[in-house]
Design a protein around this ligand. Structure first.
Ligand SMILES: Cc1cc2nc3c(=O)[nH]c(=O)nc-3n(C[C@H](O)[C@H](O)[C@H](O)COP(=O)(O)OP(=O)(O)OC[C@H]3O[C@@H](n4cnc5c(N)ncnc54)[C@H](O)[C@@H]3O)c2cc1C
Length: 376
């Protein structure tokens, strides 16, 4: 039986970039993906300058940027479309953030691992940790051995369950619909804050607009039928570019609907099992950094392996380098989401007034602290 350095379970944004990072560092890597063909459910995504810096270091940045649209400024407005904050997101020494369709991003990341073996349409059913390796039994019947197993298999991680037990999953209290529609001419990404509701509009280039709609709701509504008309009625109080974008909702190929869940207890793994991305620390998407943190994780894990080889020591270094940064981003994201979802009218009025009054330098300083602390 071949002994791999690393078996990466999950070929999502985190698993694909980590596999490329590790392979470039000289590790022998294979990927296991539950889906028959790795792809990405979904609409759009914004990759911050920190994530793009990691992708640049992996020579993937230009392929991703070419498939999306560079972002120079981002806006928060109230529900009428009046600007509360407009922040220039181009920072010295960092590449511009990129807004991209998830399918296009996946395509670029997959091209980056063309030399890595992929076991698709299967999963790991059992793990047996030995002194110098982990034996993994796949549902396809194959058995693989690796010095390290990495769970990059998302919020419901099978690897995390098998190795460390199922983590508690928490609902943030709001649910989210996402779609890509023809762009009616939105100039830059804008997030509109209403009362217990938000509308996000993100131009992706090539005439496409990524739209997200967020609303306070009890857990479990994603099973219910959804129509463009019902969403238009639900978000009818929004002005600015929202009505024009909502009018195109019927032209979306699909409307995705998910409750916003997160994992309050982070776990980066130990021994010969590491976890990365949502498997380790699924967070709320309010800072647009979940995928960014997954990309950074893979980058740091590969650096740790370059120094210490595929060993428990490398996993310990990785955990130590990532825990505080990720915890800070997840905490800020949860807080920002809570404020953005306020629904009491006087609190919303106060929030909007405060956000309008804050000096632009405060945004810049926060953004700099967040993005420039990345590993690349
Ligand atoms: C509404 C919303 C908006 C977001 N917007 C942004 C944004 O703008 N910017 C940003 O940076 N982040 C954003 N995020 C977060 C981001 O999508 C995630 O953090 C990111 O996708 C995590 O990547 P991952 O590779 O860890 O996990 P996933 O993307 O979940 O990938 C996991 C992979 O593992 C596979 N898999 C699952 N189970 C198994 C198994 N048992 N065996 C084998 N394979 C398995 C899956 O098929 C998948 O391919 C958003 C999230 C949400 C919900």
């Amino acid at each position: 039986m071949v002994m791999l350095d690393v078996l990466m379970v999950g070929a999502g944004i985190g698993g694909l970039t980590a596999a490329r990072s590790l392979a470039r560092g000289g590790a022998s890597v294979a990927l296991v993906e539950r889906a028959a063909r790795p792809s990405a459910a979904g609409a759009g995504i914004v990759l911050g300058g920190n994530a793009m810096a990691c992708l640049d270091a992996l020579e993937l940045g230009s392929a991703v940027a070419a498939r999306g649209r560079a972002v120079d400024e981002m806006e928060i407005s109230d529900r009428t479309g009046r600007t509360l904050r407009r922040t220039s997101v181009a920072l010295p020494g960092l590449p511009a953030p990129v807004a991209v369709h998830r399918h296009a991003l996946h395509e670029a990341l997959q091209d980056g691992v063309s030399g890595v073996s992929l076991y698709a349409g299967t999963t790991v059913e059992a793990l047996r940790e030995e002194t110098d390796a982990v034996e993994c039994s796949l549902s396809s019947g194959e058995v693989l051995r690796a010095r390290l197993v990495v769970g990059a298999d998302g919020i419901g991680s099978q690897i995390r369950k098998l190795a460390f037990g199922a983590p508690e999953r928490a609902y943030a209290g709001y649910t989210c619909w996402r779609a890509v529609v023809p762009d009616p001419g939105v100039p830059h990404p804008v997030e509109m804050w209403g009362r217990g509701q938000r509308v996000g509009l993100v131009p992706l280039g090539a005439g496409q607009l990524y739209m997200f709609l967020v609303a306070d709701a009890p857990a479990g509504t994603p099973g219910e039928p959804v129509s463009a008309e019902a969403l238009r009625a639900r978000f009818a109080s929004f002005g600015g570019h929202a009505p024009a974008a909502l009018a195109r909702l019927g032209e979306a190929q699909e409307i995705l609907h998910h409750d916003i869940d997160h994992l309050p207890r982070h776990d980066f793994g130990r021994g010969r099992v590491a976890l990365l991305g949502d498997a380790a620390h699924a967070m709320t998407p309010n800072m647009g950094q979940g995928a960014g943190m997954a990309i950074e994780d893979g980058f740091v894990l590969a650096e740790a392996l370059r120094d210490a080889g595929p060993t428990p020591e490398a996993v310990a270094v990785y955990r130590q380098r990532r825990a505080a940064r990720v915890a800070g981003v997840a905490r800020n994201s949860l807080r920002l989401g809570a404020v953005a979802q306020w629904s009491t009218p006087w609190l919303c009025w106060l929030r909007d007034a405060l956000f309008r009054a804050l000096p632009a330098s405060a945004d810049r300083a926060q953004l700099q602290a967040l993005l420039q602390a990345g590993p690349a």
